[in-house]
Write a protein that binds this ligand. Structure first.
Ligand code: SF4
Length: 692
């Protein structure tokens, strides 16, 4: 009976960053329906296929419901059920033993796609334990853009789609498919319905191209060259905002001189984009105000992310689109607890010097460790040995570059604990597995610490089953066993109260509001200048020498040199039905996308004797995998687009669920990393294909 259903307002999570406001129907402690909430601050009633299917995880027969301890060899899939007391004691004992022998930095704490406060409780746990090493895939997610932004203009310039833009330049962001950050797509589509113009920069003809005035189909991995070509046109044709440039930028003359060599003709040779299109697009961006760049994390998917980000921020600045409504802005947080106090950064003052990344000379301010450096520490003891790993919301066996190296690294660890909803290929490598609550089964706060200028309430909807605990509760209890008890709470929900307390709200009062948003304040630089050493946007970096960086954004070559033995360019993209390596076990999502598809242009398919649905071997210098051919002209004939994150929950645990067969990261490497952030090449890799 519809009448028996209780409707709860909350926000989506765990399916991606989770910005959509939801109405969740509950009956007898079971979720019976999920709808988009029309009052949603960001989504205005929208909900995607993943959001609708999200309750299926809660009742899935394979869901973990009890702590487990490994009883066979690592990865053999033999477990015994243990109590929470045993699980916590054993985890604590192992981590404490490693600390005693190797120091606290011999233990690393790992996170993949966190959705709420657990991310920051994990950093707090590491800090209080004394380890500077939190391993996160932020190196290929948003951190390089964020840190480069801080060095260039003093903040992370996020797209302000809450205010109308004349033009949106969507650069490497397939947001109708991924609805990145769970917030942007609905607002973008709303703008497009009201005369906002759209340019799409993407190697694939994504759905948004249908709505775009221009589509720039560039060669994967050449974004930095394209952005430099735009700078060339805008400066040569004097299309920049002279007033802003004069008052608020540092190093314009150097930049102008530097980009002279990136003529549209020269850039065309690198990017495959015709010179006229480069010119026309640059002109359109420069003459539309306000214009906003909505960028996605493919910007971070190769070794040149620093130069690409620098060039794009220079574009925003030259055209006067920084920190204005409808431009790229410094989002202001509401009154909430600052991250530093929350994670107890004060307890680990030498973190920046001690963290693994510091040894590799990454650009300062990066607070997490790139996974490639973490693996080097395990396998080579550089800069020091790492022997223990606590991971949550993460599946590194699929998500870190060079999966075989990840396997080898994990085999070399003394102890691994993994907290998750299911046994994944990574959980299958653990010594202790801890069953977690899903986002509908705990109180939480979304978007804290993401720099978007708001936080979202995620009140609990149903009780978790059997022995599933929220990650925050697990860490609160583990914290008491591996660090001074005074830093932890009797009730872990106190973390939620702490975050909203500066707004004079209790957590319950916050959930009634649904969200808290910071003030819409723009052009703060007019009062205080930009928060850089020069007080201006640093087109030329004043700190370049100090940090051994290029002062000006530069094209330093393709991510990989061309090699006739691997004549095609491999890229990858996400499916709208999954989040990275998650959810292959959810039947109604798997039915929509049952196999890992490799997109191949029809002409290329004919050349290699491949037909739709054939099994195809994709091979790079680093390995080979099999995916299923999908012949489509949304990719260039020279490009192969493979699927990312595939494993097969239906296969046997002792095979680690077929983790090698179609896993994109078998094709990647950590040999060549970006010097500023340690990013690997996840896209623009030379490859060859053949029918299996
Ligand atoms: S777009 Fe993201 S936040 Fe919105 S319903 Fe889908 S998974 Fe949830």
């Amino acid at each position: 009976m519809e009448d028996d259903i209780r409707w709860v307002k909350t926000h989506c999570a765990r399916m991606d960053h989770g910005g959509c406001a939801l109405l969740v129907g509950v009956k007898d402690n079971k979720i019976v329906s999920v709808k988009g909430d029309p009052d949603g601050f960001l989504n205005k009633g929208y909900v995607c296929a993943k959001g609708v299917a999200s309750p299926d995880r809660l009742t899935h027969p394979d869901r973990l419901k009890h702590p487990l301890k490994r009883v066979g060899k690592r990865g053999e899939g033999k477990w015994k059920q243990i109590s929470w007391q045993e699980a916590l004691s054993e985890t604590a004992e192992n981590l404490n033993n490693i600390k005693e022998k190797y120091g606290a930095k011999g233990v690393a704490f790992g996170v993949g796609m966190p959705k709420g406060l657990e991310h920051f409780v994990l950093i707090r746990l590491a800090n209080i334990f004394g380890s500077p090493n939190v391993i996160a895939s932020q190196d290929v997610c948003h951190a390089p853009r964020e840190i480069t932004g801080v060095h260039t203009c003093g903040f992370y310039p996020v797209a302000n789609l809450h205010n109308k833009s004349k033009l949106v330049l969507v650069w490497a962001s397939n947001i109708t498919s991924t609805n990145e950050e769970g917030e942007i797509c609905s607002m973008l589509l709303e703008q497009l319905r009201h005369d906002t113009e759209l340019i799409v920069v993407d190697p694939r003809k994504i759905d948004l191209v249908k709505k775009a005035k221009k589509w720039i189909q560039l060669r994967p991995g050449t974004d930095h060259a394209l952005a430099l070509g735009f700078l060339n046109v805008i400066i040569e044709e004097s299309l920049y905002d002279k007033d802003f440039v004069e008052k608020w930028t540092h190093g314009f003359d150097d930049l102008a001189d530097h980009v002279k060599k990136y003529t549209p003709e020269k850039v065309s040779e690198i990017t495959w984009v015709p010179p006229d299109i480069i010119r026309d697009t640059a002109r359109l961006y420069a003459t539309s105000k306000p214009a906003v760049i909505q960028w996605g994390n493919p910007i971070e998917h190769n070794i040149h992310t620093f130069d690409t980000t620098r060039a794009l921020i220079c574009l925003m600045a030259l055209c006067g689109n920084l920190d204005i409504p409808g431009g790229n802005v410094h989002a202001k947080d509401p009154k909430i607890m600052g991250l530093g106090p929350f994670v107890r950064a004060d307890l680990i003052p030498d973190k920046r010097k001690e963290m693994i990344g510091a040894y590799h000379g990454v650009i300062p301010r990066l607070m997490t460790i790139a996974p490639s450096f973490f693996k080097k520490a395990i396998l080579e003891g550089v800069p020091y040995p790492v022997k223990g790993f606590y991971a949550m919301c993460a599946n590194p066996m699929l998500s870190y570059a060079d999966s075989r190296q990840t396997y080898e690294a994990f085999m070399n660890l003394d102890f691994i604990a993994v907290a998750d909803l299911f046994i994944t290929p990574t959980a299958a490598m653990a010594d202790i597995v801890l069953p977690v609550a899903s986002q509908f089964e705990m109180d939480d706060i979304g978007h804290y610490g993401l720099g978007h200028g708001f936080i979202l309430a995620r009140p609990k909807v149903v009780d978790p089953p059997e022995e599933c605990w929220p990650d925050i509760k697990i860490m609160n209890e583990l914290g008491k066993r591996i660090s001074p008890e005074e830093y932890w709470y009797d009730d872990y929900n106190q973390f939620l109260e702490d975050v909203v307390k500066p707004s004079n709200l209790t957590y319950r009062q916050f959930t009634e509001k649904g969200y808290l948003k910071g003030p819409d304040r723009f052009k703060l630089y007019e009062e205080k200048g930009f928060r850089t050493p020069t007080g201006k946007v640093e087109l030329t970096l004043s700190t370049a020498e100090k940090f051994n960086l290029s002062p000006l954004p530069t094209f330093k070559g393709l991510p990989e040199e061309d090699d006739p033995e691997y004549p095609l360019v491999l890229t990858t993209s996400k499916s709208q039905y999954y989040l990275h390596s998650s959810y292959r076990w959810i039947k109604r999502l798997r039915e929509k996308r049952p196999d890992p598809k490799a997109e191949i242009h029809p002409d290329t398919a004919i050349k290699y004797g491949i037909k739709e649905g054939d099994e195809v071997i994709i091979e790079t210098r680093y390995g080979k995998i099999t995916q299923i051919a999908h012949c489509t002209d949304i990719v260039d004939p020279r490009v192969i687009n493979a699927s990312h994150g595939w494993w097969f929950p239906e296969e046997k645990v002792e095979s680690l669920y077929g983790w090698e067969k179609s896993n994109f990261n078998i094709l990647t490497s950590t040999e060549k990393l970006g010097k500023e952030f340690g990013t690997p090449n996840l896209k623009a890799i030379g490859c060859k294909i053949q029918r299996k």
